[in-house]
Design a protein around this ligand. Structure first.
Ligand SMILES: Cc1cc2nc3c(=O)[nH]c(=O)nc-3n(C[C@H](O)[C@H](O)[C@H](O)COP(=O)(O)OP(=O)(O)OC[C@H]3O[C@@H](n4cnc5c(N)ncnc54)[C@H](O)[C@@H]3O)c2cc1C
Ligand code: SF4
Length: 249
């Protein structure tokens, strides 16, 4: 909650670490100079697809076998949603098995018009989408980010980034599929999940798949709902990504 920023000046605090998603970090950077800090460290995560409170309920009820015991969930790079339950068990559901026709309106309007997926104002970003399953992906953006990584480097197992497959056909197919809310029966979704796990984009190419498909979806959302703001709102880098694909009207 960003209201905590009001307490910083009064507290006399001089060094601060903030962890947040892109829109929180944008707000933080806007007031950074007024906080009276000697040093600010910003650790970001990539972020996409936050849901409204009502949307969350709908998502859990339509997707999980036990909605009331879910403690967290994540759309992971193996093309499955991973739910963690109170008893420590994990449940996975293939992306292609989601009831898209019912779930189309669960995302917050802010997130449907967001283009800061990769948290571009953080010093260092930690996510999973550019790494193989079970690994994390670290992007260091500047000297402060380097300093932060140096502090923990000797506690980390690292390996070079990988990139496999070709995201472009998968992104192109995902655009009309989402737009028309295509929903597969679970047996077909599971089969598709196994196939895409074998031949689909991995590592950096999965991250690009996720960024490109979300930017295309969000571009269409802004165009259809706030057409007059499209030109000014969508950043140039996002326009260049979206231009690579054929979009419905
Ligand atoms: C709203 C929101 C949306 C997000 N959207 C995305 C997105 O679209 N793409 C993306 O890449 N990231 C996204 N993230 C970031 C992602 O959810 C994680 O926060 C990020 O990957 C960093 O992981 P974590 O530190 O939170 O660790 P956790 O989520 O706690 O753990 C990450 C992984 O590390 C393992 N792990 C944790 N501790 C240990 C340990 N001690 N030893 C071994 N393994 C361990 C866990 O089992 C898990 O597999 C989002 C975050 C938020 C808050
Ligand atoms: S998707 Fe964008 S607007 Fe939504 S919570 Fe994440 S950073 Fe904020």
């Amino acid at each position: 909650n960003l209201s905590v920023l009001e307490q910083i000046e009064k507290s006399g605090m001089k060094r601060l670490l903030v962890i947040g998603v892109g829109c929180q970090i944008q707000a933080l950077r806007a007031v950074e100079k007024k906080l009276g800090l000697e040093k600010l460290y910003v650790l970001g995560t990539p972020c996409v697809d936050n849901v409204t409170r009502a949307g969350l309920q709908k998502f859990l009820e339509t997707t999980s076998r036990s909605p009331q015991t879910v403690v967290s969930y994540e759309f992971m790079q193996d093309f499955r949603v991973h739910f963690k339950h109170e008893d420590g068990s994990e449940e996975t559901v293939p992306f292609f098995g989601l009831k898209t026709n019912v779930l189309k309106d669960i995302f917050a309007p802010s997130c449907m018009s967001c283009f800061d997926y990769v948290n571009s104002l953080a010093d260092i970003v930690v996510g999973y989408m550019g790494a193989p399953y079970k690994w994390q992906w670290i992007v260091v953006r500047n000297d402060t980010g380097k300093e932060m990584l140096e502090l923990v480097k000797n506690q980390l197992d690292t390996q070079p980034v990988i990139s496999q497959g070709n995201r472009k056909p998968a992104v192109q197919q995902s655009i009309p599929a989402y737009d028309q809310a295509v929903t597969l029966p679970m047996w077909a979704a599971k089969l598709m999940g196994v196939v895409i796990d074998k031949i689909g984009p991995k590592g950096l190419e999965y991250a690009r798949f996720s960024i490109d498909s979300h930017f295309a979806r969000n571009y269409l959302y802004v165009k259809r709902n706030h057409g007059e703001k499209l030109e000014a709102h969508v950043p140039e880098f996002a326009k260049r990504i979206v231009e690579q694909y054929k979009l419905p009207e």
